[in-house]
Design a protein around this ligand. Structure first.
Ligand code: F6R
Length: 608
């Protein structure tokens, strides 16, 4: 979602701001803008559409002078995507400029209040109200004014503020939306996430809620809303800069698909010592674990799909009931969750608003929360009771691949670890799970090596209008992800269906040539899924089967088959997801879609 950047130093700020905004494009946006203090006034340019439009307008930033500035990519919430609704927003006399990520919930009341005093608004956004409030309350001290304005705002915000009167300062503040300060030599930065500044510095401050940063060229002071100074630790980011670059691949998504063996290895290897799973990063005691009567999983989108796989895994391996909830539904349904419930929250970004709020609801009800998060120091990671990080590195493509795979890996680690402690996983099973888990990266490499076969299947099918993904048990859980991957990047309508449920209604949609992708990896239910394949074929479906290499008979039934190596049932989604990701990727590529930035989507969904 919206991306914020800011620069103060001795170089011309505009080209730097545009470069940083480019690094945030992956978050999703529909307009962009920058504003600088040129020494005597605020100069700005804003444009609907891609960043390239803004670059063209400013000759790559050359036409705007000034060494301090702020920039923004906007994902429309209040007011349609347009030049005027793009950020930065300026106050009426153009004395102050603001970039904002988040939502001001009481902006209508604030706007009415200011309008009654004669303030004229240009845009339809909630953000403009912040710039106008600053001007309204300003009596010569910007910090005091920002603090006063914050006391009027309800909702979530990360803000960057500059003023015409002070070319030597950026003010930054956050509540519920992420914001970091990058620390350079005689230059400092603000950004929504580290990818924007990685080329410039690895040293950062991560702002906490209600912390205000006063950023000058050679120092950064952080204060609270009582103007008390806060001493913060400088964090050094260890993400490799190349991880946030395409590295010769055409798309980040493809690069991230190919990175999955490494990402899984990086996630599991440090947690397996002498053949035993070690999760010493969590504080949860064995006694607490034994007392839980239920597991509650909260997440959105693909992370929710990991949760659905986890339900099958945990119920089989831990013999505890598991409920998986869409985070956006959880808090509004009076959930039965208490101190006897272990909650697992799954989120790549660690900033997803629905997931964060659902987590807080579970905590309010007394539940212990373990989060599974990729972005270090993100809100969910910090606010959960325990966090287990996925070590996927930065995920730039909007459609998740390596984060999904590493989240699954953490679920397996937890299942083996907890199963051992609860006595529900035998020593023999334990050894097999560890061996198979450690072999996943190599087996994924085998599947990736056969990608041309999947590309061929994509070339045969990329014109289809409707696709059904079917499976049973853990294959059904995976079909949810296969379907989402395809529809979100290729814009082809697709649905995931529990194979046994089709005959209760949806099978009426199957007609001559409808593509059905049948996941047939779950050993115990092969016979059942074969029957379901025959049912849809009898109605004209064209079936691509996904099966393990020890079930060649699927190739005799399905029109085409993708084979994956064998592993134990519970781990199969980690292998079977790879061809589904590749299929979605190749189909979208053949259709000429904007794969890394699909329409209407944002990477980190920080609004409810
Ligand atoms: C789909 C996708 C999304 C995210 C969802 C949750 O490819 O990436 O469905 O999984 O928005 O995001 P996080 O994991 O950041 O909470």
């Amino acid at each position: 979602m919206c991306g914020i950047v800011g620069y103060i130093g001795y170089e011309q700020a505009a080209p730097l701001l545009l470069n940083s905004l480019e690094k945030l494009e992956y978050r999703g946006y529909d307009s962009a803008g920058i504003c600088l203090n040129d020494g005597s006034r605020l100069v700005y340019e804003k444009a609907k559409g891609k960043l390239q439009v803004l670059k063209n307008l400013t000759d790559n930033g050359k036409t705007l002078s000034g060494t301090v500035g702020i920039g923004h990519t906007r994902w429309a919430t209040h007011g349609e995507p347009s030049d005027v609704n793009a950020h930065p927003h300026l106050s009426e006399s153009e004395r102050f400029a603001v970039v904002h990520n988040g939502i001001i919930e009481n902006y209508i009341q604030l706007k009415e209040h200011l309008a009654a005093k004669g303030v004229e608004f240009l845009s339809k956004t909630d953000t403009e109200v912040i710039a106008q409030l600053i001007e309204h309350y300003y009596k010569g001290n910007l910090i005091d004014t920002v603090i006063k304005v914050l006391s009027k705002l309800e909702g979530s915000y990360a803000l960057g503020v500059i003023s015409k009167d002070n070319p030597d300062e950026i003010i930054a503040v956050r509540k519920e939306s992420p914001l970091i300060i990058g620390l350079g030599e005689n230059e400092n930065f603000i950004a929504s996430d580290v990818t924007a500044i990685l080329a410039k510095t690895r040293k950062i401050y991560r702002l906490e809620n209600n912390e205000i940063a006063i950023i000058k060229r050679d120092n950064v002071t952080i204060i609270d809303t009582d103007k008390e100074e806060i001493q913060k630790e400088i964090e050094t980011v260890n993400w490799d800069i190349s991880a946030a670059e395409k590295g010769g691949y055409e798309h980040f998504m493809f690069k991230e698909i190919m990175e999955q063996p490494k990402a899984i290895r990086d996630t599991i290897a440090p947690r397996i010592k002498d053949g035993r799973v070690v999760l010493d990063e969590i504080k949860l005691t064995d006694e607490q674990l034994r007392k839980f009567t239920k597991i509650n999983i909260l997440a959105c989108g693909s992370a929710y799909h990991v949760g659905v796989v986890a339900k099958y895994v945990f119920e089989k391996m831990l013999r505890k009931p598991v409920e998986v909830d869409l985070a956006s539904e959880f808090r509004y349904r009076e959930p039965i969750v208490d101190e006897k419930t272990l909650t697992i929250v799954i989120s790549q970004s660690g900033e997803t608003a629905d997931t964060k709020e659902a987590m807080k609801e579970a905590q309010r009800r007394g539940s212990h929360v373990i989060s599974v998060v990729n972005v270090v120091g993100s809100a969910i990671a910090v606010e959960s009771d325990d966090v287990i990080y996925t070590w996927a590195g930065p995920e730039i493509a909007v459609a998740t691949t390596k984060a999904y795979s590493t989240q699954l890996a953490v679920i397996y680690l937890m299942a083996i670890y907890f199963g051992d402690k609860l006595g529900t996983v035998s020593e023999d099973e334990y050894r097999i799970y560890i061996k198979e888990l450690e072999q996943l990266p190599d087996k994924i490499n085998q599947i990736l090596a056969d990608k041309e076969n999947i590309q061929y299947l994509a070339s045969k099918n990329f014109n289809c209008k409707d696709v059904f993904f079917i499976g049973r048990n853990i294959d059904y859980a995976l079909s949810l992800e296969g379907s989402l991957k395809l529809k979100e990047i290729s814009y082809i309508h697709s649905e995931a269906y529990a194979a046994g449920e089709l005959k209760h209604g949806t099978i009426s949609l199957i007609e001559q040539g409808t593509l059905v992708i049948a996941l047939a990896t779950h050993e115990a239910l092969i016979g059942k899924i074969v029957s379901n394949i025959e049912e849809v074929q009898a109605r004209g479906a064209n079936v691509i089967g996904v099966a393990c290499s020890n079930h060649p008979e699927i190739a005799n039934i399905a029109q085409s088959t993708i084979f994956i190596p064998e592993t134990c049932d519970m781990l199969l989604p980690s292998l079977a997801v790879i061809p589904l990701q590749l299929f979605a990727y190749y189909v979208a590529s053949l259709k000429g879609c904007d794969i890394d930035k699909p329409r209407n989507l944002a990477k980190s969904v920080t609004v409810e």
